[in-house]
Design a protein around this ligand. Structure first.
Ligand SMILES: Cc1cc2nc3c(=O)[nH]c(=O)nc-3n(C[C@H](O)[C@H](O)[C@H](O)COP(=O)(O)O)c2cc1C
Length: 329
């Protein structure tokens, strides 16, 4: 017996996916639509697929053009997803007012997409009321490092990180043991030279770059650019310091760390929260939910006992008692 369509749709809604805009060209110019049916198919040769409803103009145009491009949407582009799904009634031209780049194949991609792929149609298979287009990927790029937009339960969402299994602490007041090369950067013009970092790494020293005043909303672009530059420099650990004068809000901690956690990889992401901020523990929880497992404590940082209490309440493994005893001394 066939499954009833309401149940089927509800079941499909439980499968979270990313969101992309599929674009192609037609006799009347550019065309694009929102799709969540994107899937990777093959690595060698590079193939991807997307399923388009047979009744859609996009399906006809894409089949005729024999080429398409895919722009992956970022967490701040739900409005573009809505627009290209025809849900924004006020929009007559889906492409208007957005910044586009033309691919070598001649398809438009969003200049600030998380990533894009340029494809030529390799196969078109019947798939019920949809057509399964398999595209041979001819070009690819990652223009913007930002976490992706998700679609789940008929709603737009973002990646939520689970809590870390273990939280680790480092005492900022502990004497320099010579095994760490730590520096603090205000912005892009206060980074050490690549040679300095390379020589430290060669001698087995852990390179730790911190960004000051990292949760100041007025500095968001500069902070994220500096974090990206620290990653490119090859830092082993990248830290975000909350300033004493601009207390971090949980919202801003989320905004910075959600993107920072993607940009720092494979480096470790550290956070030094201001213990005097009345929201310090809330911010610590938000930091953990955004992938931070390494916290600086001591001096004006978060009190280690508070962090320990929080991690116990969250059933997250805390720092070892032996390490704590050293910090409390
Ligand atoms: C999040 C989301 C994902 C979608 N994914 C698909 C999809 O994978 N395939 C499809 O045929 N339609 C999909 N749609 C619906 C199309 O975007 C919508 O029908 C669009 O208006 C088609 O454009 P067109 O009428 O210009 O061809 C999706 C809609 C949303 C909101």
């Amino acid at each position: 017996m066939p499954v009833d369509s309401t149940t089927f749709r509800s079941v499909l809604g439980q499968w979270p996916s990313g969101v992309c805009v599929v674009t192609t060209t037609g006799p009347n110019g550019l065309h694009g639509m929102t799709a969540s049916s994107f899937s990777s198919v093959s690595l060698d040769p590079p193939l991807v697929s997307v399923c388009l409803g047979n009744h859609l103009p996009s399906r006809t145009l894409l089949g005729e053009a024999g080429k398409f491009a895919i722009s992956f949407l970022g967490k701040d582009q739900a409005h573009i997803g809505r627009r290209f799904a025809g849900q924004d009634r006020e929009i007559t031209d889906r492409f208007a007012g957005l910044d586009w780049t033309m691919t070598p194949n001649g398809c438009p991609v969003l200049s600030d997409a998380v990533a894009w792929l340029d494809c030529t149609v390799a196969h078109a298979y019947p798939g019920g009321d949809h057509t399964i287009f398999v595209g041979a990927v001819t070009e690819a790029a990652l223009p913007r490092v930002i976490s992706p937009l998700l679609f789940h339960s008929r709603n737009w969402g973002q990646v939520a990180q689970p809590l870390p299994a273990t939280v680790q602490v480092r005492d900022t007041a502990s004497p320099d043991d010579g095994l760490r090369f730590e520096f603090v950067a205000d912005g892009l013009d206060s980074l050490p030279s690549p040679e300095r970092v390379i020589s430290a790494k060669r001698s087995g020293t852990c390179v730790v770059g911190y960004v000051t005043d990292a949760f100041n909303p007025d500095r968001e672009d500069e902070v994220l650019a500096t974090i990206g530059a620290l990653g490119a420099l090859g830092c082993d650990e990248i830290g975000c310091i909350e300033s004493a004068t601009t207390p971090a809000s949980p919202l801003q901690v989320t905004r910075i760390l959600q993107d920072a956690s993607v940009r720092v990889r494979p480096a470790v992401l550290r956070v030094r929260l201001n213990g005097h901020n009345r929201l310090a523990l809330v911010n610590a929880l938000v930091a953990m939910k955004n992938g931070v497992a390494h916290f600086d404590v001591g001096n004006t940082g978060l009190p280690v006992d508070d962090l320990l209490h929080l991690s116990r309440q969250l059933e997250v493994n805390g720092p070892q008692e032996a390490d704590l005893a050293q910090i409390r001394e």
